[in-house]
Each structure stands twice: as structure tokens, then as C-alpha cells.
Design a protein around this ligand. Structure first.
Ligand code: ATR
Length: 295
């Protein structure tokens, strides 16, 4: 039922997640439920992939036979089953891209969207229907930025108020970390009209990212003494607080009261120590995490 194999036909659109590991992902569940509810003739399949270029090459031919040479793990049977049913005519094929293929995907696409190029990572590949070319995008930051925007609306009691279209604009947005996730968040925050500050352990990397997106840089150790202002937002994009180092936080508890909203990009646990600290600071605080949990 999850993959709706019985419903796949020759004209079924194949969508899927290319990743390794892939079994932990909730994407198939989410996307197949959405496709079903919207009545879209498509199926979303998890692909356990070692070699992204070979995988994409195999999928660029109209017959999916090439897929058999790939390491698809326990999804092998499932994929072949789907393949058999759709091998006559392949509809548009779009992919989500996960660990560890996001950076490699940039070089595997025929074209890369300017935002994805700037971030240096692709998490979505779309086959353009007009010419069949693979176009890479990065949508990683979109969900997190909109969760943060919703959070601001909740905090200001203005949810549903149509006049607050730009809840982030003009605010100071502090991004901790300058890796892939930091880049995506900084880029997204900048796009929303915030003033971005990148705080990173390695100051040079903070400066490099700040130059790239038009932000200011700060050594992480200076963030505690940073002069606060009203309405600030904090986003942690480092692995501090992630399993197994669940007791770590990038910033002391005493500093968290300065921020209107705290976002944590750590996927597991859902409630990091940073978020717990923030919650204990103010009853009304709203915080959210990368895994889509909004409290
Ligand atoms: P991702 O793609 O998930 O963002 P990454 O590119 O490896 O992962 O980046 C990890 C980020 O977490 C970096 O900003 C890193 O800081 P450095 O640039 O100094 O390496 C930050 N980070 C990781 N471990 C950290 C720690 N123990 N203390 C502070 N920052 C840390």
C-alpha cells in the first residue's frame, strides 16, 4: 500500500529518493500519501544508491533495465517490480537527493539552479519535459525558513493575519555553523530580507560564507558577548546536540532569552538540549527543528 505498486501503470510517473542510507527516510510515506490524496498518477520510491552518476545514466534511458546493476539493497525487488510495470513508456522522472549525494549531484545535472549553485548542493533533480535535461535545485532551506516564519507569526500572535507577509524581514538572523546546512539557511534567511550573522567555530569559514551571501561573520566564541537586539532569530546548523552528543549546545542557556525564536537543524533527537533550554526560558517560546517538529 505504501508504494501503491498495484496502481502503477505504463504512464505512471516515477519519483523517488536517492540516498544511502535510505531506510530511515519518511519521504516515501509522506510523498505517497500526498500523491494519493491529490489523485496524482505517480509513485515515490526509495532508491538505495552507491553511485549517483551511474544511477542517473541508467534512468536516462527509456528502459529501466540498467537499474539491475545498481546496489538497491532490500528495495531491489520493489524497484524491479515497479520497473517492469512502467518500462514501456517512462513519464517525467524527478528525484529527491539525500546523504551523501547532494554535493555530487551538482556536477551530475545538465543544469543547476543559481541558488543550488551558490549553496553548492542539490537536493532535487527534475527532468525538464521540454528537452529531457536534468535540472538541479536546492529546496532544503525552504521548509525550515517557512517553519521559522510560521513560528514568528505564532509568537507575535499574528497567525492568519494577512498583513504580516514578511515576518522575518529586517530581523537579525544568527546562523551558527558554516557547512552545507549553514549555507542553505543563511541563503534562505537573506532571501527573506533578514540581516544575517554567521557564527562559526572556524572563523575563516564564517567569513567565507558571509562574503558569499552578504552577511557578517563572528567567531562562535564571541556569540555569548554579542550585543543583542529585539526580535533576533537563532538557527543552529552544527551537529552540536546531535546523537550521540546530546548534552552539547552551541550556546549557553543564559544567552537564549535574547532570541525570539530558536531553530535547530539537528535531525535526532527531535528536542535537542538547545531547544529544551529555550523552552525553559520562556513559556511562550516557539521553537522548531529541522525534522519538521514544531513545538
Ligand atoms: P553540514 O553539511 O551538515 O552543515 P558540515 O559541512 O560538516 O555539515 O558542517 C558542520 C558545521 O558544524 C561546521 O560549521 C562546523 O564548524 P567548523 O567549520 O569549525 O568545522 C560545525 N561544528 C561541528 N562540530 C562542532 C563543534 N564541536 N563545535 C562547534 N562547531 C562544530
Amino acid at each position: 500500500n505504501l508504494y501503491r505498486i498495484k496502481q502503477t501503470r505504463a504512464d505512471t510517473t516515477v519519483l523517488g529518493l536517492i540516498s544511502k542510507p535510505v531506510g530511515h527516510s519518511k519521504s516515501p510515506l509522506l510523498h505517497n500519501a500526498a500523491l494519493k490524496s491529490a489523485g496524482v498518477n505517480a509513485v515515490y520510491v526509495p532508491f538505495l544508491v552507491d553511485d549517483l552518476p551511474s544511477f542517473l545514466k541508467a534512468f536516462s534511458c527509456p528502459d529501466f533495465a540498467g537499474i539491475r546493476s545498481l546496489n538497491l539493497g532490500f528495495h531491489y525487488f520493489l524497484c524491479i517490480h515497479v520497473v517492469c510495470r512502467i518500462s514501456i513508456s517512462v513519464n517525467v522522472i524527478d528525484f529527491s537527493v539525500g546523504i551523501p549525494h547532494k554535493v555530487t549531484a551538482v556536477t551530475c545535472c545538465d543544469e543547476v539552479d543559481p541558488i543550488a549553485k551558490c549553496i553548492g548542493a542539490v537536493n532535487t533533480i527534475v527532468r525538464r519535459s521540454s528537452d529531457g535535461k536534468l535540472v538541479g535545485y536546492n529546496t532544503d532551506y525552504v521548509g525550515s525558513i517557512s517553519a521559522i516564519e510560521d513560528g514568528i507569526r505564532v509568537l507575535t500572535g499574528l497567525i492568519g493575519n494577512q498583513t504580516i507577509e514578511l515576518p522575518l524581514a529586517g530581523r537579525l538572523f544568527v546562523v551558527i555553523g558554516a557547512g552545507g546546512a549553514g549555507k542553505a539557511l543563511a541563503y534562505g534567511a537573506k532571501e527573506k530580507g533578514t540581516r544575517v550573522i554567521i557564527a562559526n567555530r572556524t572563523y575563516d569559514k564564517a567569513k567565507e560564507l558571509a562574503n558569499l551571501v552578504g552577511a557578517d561573520a563572528l567567531p562562535l566564541t564571541d556569540l555569548e558577548s554579542f550585543h543583542p537586539e529585539k526580535g533576533m532569530v537563532l538557527a543552529n546548523t552544527t551537529s552540536l546536540g546531535m546523537q550521540p552528543n546530546v548534552n552539547e549546545t552551541p550556546l549557553a542557556k543564559s544567552c537564549l532569552g535574547r532570541y525570539d525564536l530558536v531553530f535547530d537543524a539537528v535531525y535526532t533527537p527531535k528536542e535537542t538540549r538547545l531547544l529544551t533550554f529555550k523552552r525553559s526560558k520562556r513559556d511562550w517560546s516557539y521553537h522548531c527543528s529541522w525534522s519538521g517538529n514544531v513545538h
